[in-house]
Write a protein that binds this ligand. Sequence first.
Ligand code: TEU
Ligand code: CA
Length: 672
Amino acid sequence: MSDKENLPAKEHREYIKPENLSTIKERAEELVSQMTEDSFYMKQNKLNYNSKIKDIYANPIGHDVLYKLLLQLNKSEKLIRNPIIKNLPLKTVVALTKKSLGKDFFDVLLELLNIESEHPYTLQKGIEPKWWKEVVFYQIYPRSFMDSNGDGIGDLKGIISKLDYLKELGVDAIWLSPIYDSPNDDNGYDIRDYYAIMGEFGTMEDFDRLLEEVHNRGMKLIMDLVVNHTSDEHPWFQEAIKNPGSKYKEYYLFQKSKDKNPPNNWTSFFSGPAWNYYKELDEWALHLFSKKQMDLNWDNENVRKDIQQMISWWLSKGVDGFRLDVINYISKREGLPWGNKTVGELMGYYGIENYYYGPNLHKYLKEIRSEAFEPFKAFSVGETPGVGMEMSKLLTADYRQELDMVFSFDHLETPGHVRFNDYEYDLNYLKEYFIHWMEDYGDACWMSLFYENHDNPRMISKVNKNPAYRKPLAKLLAMIQLTLKGTPFIFQGQEIGSVNKAFQSATDLRDVESINLYKELIEKSSAEDAFREVLSGSRDHARTPMQWSDKKNAGFTEGIPWIVTDEDYKQWNVEKQLENEDSVLNFYRQLIQFRKEHKALIYGSFEAVNKKRKDSFTYYRRGEKEEFYVECNLSSNTIKRNTLASGYELILSNYSEPAKDLRPYEANLYKV
Ligand code: TEU
Ligand code: CA
């Protein structure tokens, strides 16, 4: 949907004219700084039950919610453009869905929609070059990357010893998952001291050397900023419960309850209620994640000031930026109202509508940008689960001065599925998703391209577990990720075609989410079924030791690894693949190298062709001087080859010999 089609109807526009300056002055002052001479804004008409479907779809949150609803219902977006549907007043939809959804669901929906009165409108033409648009990122999960002292736990010295390998691979920037002092209830995402390095990972001196070594190789390093919550062992929280009169009590979200139950029905992402009870205070404190990860009260200015100070401290050390953990959850709705029953059942988590896109989110993001990031011209990428494209535009568009990029997770499961469902991922959905974002995200925004991270199983295993297809499929995924418009993020092990692990029993699990879920499931099903379900989506699949060689423990440690691995490393490891020209690793190296040398694959325009052809994904990238064509078979069957490519020069393929038709998961890059 291009910007033109996305514009609100003429009767909704309010151009700046002398006679209405007084009313819009305040609003304009805020917006003018973002405006260009031909921008305009929507009247802040609150949506209500007389609003039509088209009005809701014109609202960023409304657009993203309806877009996901259509995907879940496997309905095409055309449905919304149908004259009858789009002019349906909301009250009619309420009447039609009275039994299934109920009026209070729509009350909550309207409240949510009216949080956002702004629209991502600027007709920016042309992409503003930035270092972080031209690099390939590599995410390191320090606990599982390289152990230098034989205690079975990866560490900073281990990472330093592998920097030449990363340089050789061609990556330009590293994202480090948390390395701060932590009791590791959630492997570092529960921070006890933001200014100290986790003992198991090393010392601040080790970190300073790592940063220096990274910069000496012309690479960048970003840290993980976990500020939606702290560990309950953080001095702030300790002070809050030991000395409730102190200012630190207001650093967290404490509430009394009128009875023995938690203050509301919000649930944790790691099973159970989202509240801990503190007898000494006769009060409860909120934790959206584990019982030892306490949510911070971002409405408290002292909290925001302390966090800005901490960010500035790390940036003054020369860190190049941050990945911001669940950053869209930091603003909660005032009073922490009960979660809507229907929303909770649909989303699987109760209360989420009250914090996944809170009322002050944009205000707080603009604040840390101007107060902490901007002074260092530091880079920021936000992890924003649940946020769709239109909301991502408001979070990242250049003129918004909030985040530089976000990670949207809507492509990690196909519609109607969640992570713990055991199903085969259909790559035709990935094609549709990427085409949508390539065509509609706009020049003011820049996409993050990823399949894997430390919170998800391996992509190859989600698509096809048949080992016969592992290599071509690994290379196909690389071809798409490294030839689309956006910044690729490779997760450790992805570059050698890693797959899910054959964990034998629940005792092999280490991840708090998996362990809590297993405990929850065996309440109502057999241990076997419970383990199988956890295994389908466990984050531990991504967290096993990096497979450096076929030596003991995959060359990761001389000691006993903190998490078991299986025999896969004997065949699939870095050492073997470095020697083998035709390996997945060398395919990544070639693609990364080629991308760097050909700007058309970075800033070039994108045009998908034959979009409707199932199992085929073909597109052009056009730069000022060069043009490339990519052709992919998204299935394990042989499909007809599109004649377009005849006459193009083949640059790279995941099959060594040419053939008449496209073989399983075949991927080819041509110079036009
Ligand atoms: O994850 C946030 C998040 O919402 C999820 O992806 C999460 O992993 C899980 O799937 C919840 O269902 C971030 C970090 O990436 C994750 O490792 C942490 O566990 C979490 O925040 C809390 O800090
Ligand atoms: Ca170690």
